[in-house]
Write a protein that binds this ligand. Sequence first.
Ligand SMILES: [Ca+2]
Ligand SMILES: [Ca+2]
Ligand SMILES: [Ca+2]
Length: 140
Amino acid sequence: MARIRVTLKWIKILDNLEPFFKETGEFRFRSRVSSESGEGFEHETRFPEEGHYSLSDKPGWNYVTLNKTLYEGEADDHLVVELFGEEIDLLSANDELDHYKREHRGPVDDWVGLYEPADEGSDDPEAMSNWRISYTIEKI
Ligand SMILES: [Ca+2]
Ligand SMILES: [Ca+2]
Ligand SMILES: [Ca+2]
C-alpha cells in the first residue's frame, strides 16, 4: 500500500467540436480515478467547478494548464485513470471528446511517473483523436 497523488498537468484540444465559423467551444471536464484492489474506491472530480473553459483548436488558444489534483490517497496494485470531456451546445446535445481510460496494474513503483502524449509512438493513449492530456502519478 502506498500514498499517491494523480495530477493533471494540461489539456490540449485538437477539435473544438464547433462549426467552422465559431472560434471557441465551451468545454468542461470530468475525471474518475478508481481501483478494484482491497475495498476499492472511485473518486470523481469536475472542472471547472462552475461554467466552462472557452477553448479553440487553433495553436496558442487550445491549451489549458491545470496542475489539478485528481486523486490523493492510498493505492495498491491497481489504478484506473479516466477523463471525460464535453463541449456544451445549447440547441443540440453536447459533443463528447474521446473517452480516456488507462489501467495501471502491478506494484505502484511500476506505474508511477509522467504520462504524456508524445512518448509511445503512433497510438499513444494520451494522444487521442480530438484532444491530448498529460498527468503525473507520484508517490507522496
Ligand atoms: Ca459543438
Ligand atoms: Ca458549443
Ligand atoms: Ca503516453
